[in-house]
Write a protein that binds this ligand. Structure first.
Ligand code: NAD
Length: 469
């Protein structure tokens, strides 16, 4: 596919391309332009040209365009989901959920265009103060490969609703669905230049977006290491950043929890998208009084998961890329070899083509062995003795994205919710993220919030106007 610049498809100025692979087969399915600094400069120029006019489009008209985008995405949901599965690897059913979720994101932002406003106050002796919210101008959106469609939707939907123009860069391993979404947004009425997608590597196109002086805000979702690099590269141009980095969510099962519901929740959330979600249930903390029953039931459920190409009827697909699969395998091997946990099920790469790794269950895992995020299909179960200990383990990593507590006791739920350091805590649920919930992390999981009402603070800036009386 071509990249999307100033309302039309185009190649990179250098003419070079990058291959896109099917993670289930390892074969090349397409190529995209390998964008560089020059392509980013052209996209920013187009965006700058178009932004002021877009900012003056009425909230009602912006809303109509975003609703139309949602409808076009819904109308093409099966084809988009097939494309997403083919480049990302997830089962078709999950891909379709993501696509319908992306349509809903644009509809959500359509509903918010009329609510983007500031404050007013009478200041005795001085006058009448208005604080209006102004668009930032051109916003950069750097998107990872794990949930490319919906994360693109979070960033582009919010930026467009606030009157900004966008230069987005999808991941080099899952750029195709984002490119098709950009075409659909244009077909829905987003004017040329308002939304641009430059494909290419992070080191080239991504870095150029972060460094460009006329991009005033970058929303980045990806790893902590890249988040740090983005933060340093953004400093000279003093641009605003929203950083959504990794997570290492604790999923805490209290002794009084409904064990069957907790097992089902843990298995569903840990193996969804092959474990490659920033808010996956990555560390399963279980009260020592029920840990044996939990592990037995979890093993029964995990044994039944069908693994294969996401285009077949499966519960879990491959990892997105070979590097990710090898990193997961190395993490499991280290835990087992250093006797920091017992292998109950899985623990191996699947022979043959594709980036497959068996759904894996580890018990008696020491908390320190999983202080780094494992971004793949591995469920480490960590026993605990008291709620205080569970909270301490939950907080014992550099991350702070999400967490959940499974219990029937309100006091246990509230105590854990209050004491766990994270951007979101669920009670008897995990990984529920409708657009109404402001999403983002603390500590090494990043800063800033997407969705909710909080997006307004990320994608606009206040301007104070004092009218003397
Ligand atoms: P990554 O950091 O390697 O890449 C993310 C994006 O950044 C890609 O588009 C990449 O091309 C680009 N990039 C790479 N180097 C860059 C640079 N120097 N400058 C600018 N852009 C650059 O991450 P990934 O491997 O694609 O995604 C997996 C990671 O993302 C996991 O750690 C996961 O936890 C995290 N993640 C976090 C969230 C969240 O909301 N907090 C959501 C999804 C994924």
């Amino acid at each position: 596919m071509q990249m999307f610049l100033d309302g039309a498809g185009c190649d990179s100025l250098s003419g070079s391309t990058l291959p896109v692979y099917n993670p289930a087969t390892g074969t090349v399915i397409d190529t995209v332009p390998a964008g560089t600094t020059d392509d980013v400069a052209a996209a920013v120029a187009a965006a700058e040209n178009a932004q002021a006019t877009w900012a003056r489009v009425s909230p009602a008209d912006k809303s109509r365009i975003l609703i139309a985008a949602g409808a076009l995405i819904r109308g093409e949901a099966d084809a988009l989901a097939t494309l997403l599965t083919t480049e990302q690897g997830k089962p078709f059913r999950e891909a379709k959920d993501e696509i319908l979720g992306t349509a809903h994101i644009f509809e959500y932002y359509a509903s918010m265009t009329g609510s983007i406003r500031g404050d007013a106050a009478v200041l005795p002796k001085y006058g009448y103060m208005n604080v209006v919210r102004k668009p930032l101008g051109v916003c950069g959106a750097i998107v990872p490969w794990n949930m490319p469609a919906i994360i693109f939707g979070w960033k582009a939907g919010a930026a467009l609703a606030c009157g900004n123009a966008v230069v987005a860069k999808p991941s080099e391993t899952a750029p195709l669905t984002v490119l098709r979404l950009a075409e659909l947004l244009a077909a829905a009425g987003v004017p040329g230049g308002v939304l641009n997608v430059v494909t290419g590597s992070g080191a080239s196109a991504g870095d150029a977006i972060v460094r460009h002086a006329d991009i005033r805000h970058v929303s980045f979702t990806g790893s902590v290491a890249t988040g740090r690099a983005v933060s340093l590269a953004a400093a000279p141009t003093l641009k605003k950043l929203t950083l959504e980095l990794g997570g290492n969510d604790a999923f805490i099962v209290a002794a009084d929890a409904d064990i069957d519901a907790a097992v089902a929740g843990a298995v569903r959330n840990r193996f969804y998208n092959c474990g490659q979600v920033c808010t996956s249930a990555k560390r399963i903390l279980v009260d020592a009084n029920c840990v044996d029953a939990f592990v037995r039931k979890a093993r029964n459920a995990i044994e039944k998961l069908v693994v294969g190409s996401g285009l077949d009827k499966v519960n879990m697909g491959p990892l997105n890329n070979p590097g990710q699969r090898d990193a997961v395998a190395a993490a499991v091997d280290r835990i087992v070899n250093e006797e920091c946990g017992r292998l109950i099920f899985g623990g191996k790469k699947q022979e043959g083509p594709g980036n497959f790794y068996a759904p894996t269950l580890l018990s008696d895992v020491s908390p320190d062995a999983v202080s780094e995020e494992i971004f793949g299909p591995v469920m480490p179960v960590i026993p605990f003795a008291t709620l205080d200990e569970a909270v301490e383990i939950a907080n014992g990593t550099p991350y702070g994205l999400g967490a959940s507590i499974w219990t029937k006791n309100m006091k246990t739920a509230y105590t854990a919710a209050e004491q766990i350091r994270s951007g979101v805590v669920w009670v008897n649920r995990h990984l529920i993220l409708p657009p109404e919930i402001p999403f983002g992390g603390t500590a090494n999981s990043g800063y800033g919030r997407e969705n909710g009402r909080e997006f307004i603070y990320e994608y606009t800036e206040p301007k104070s106007i004092l009218i003397g009386l």
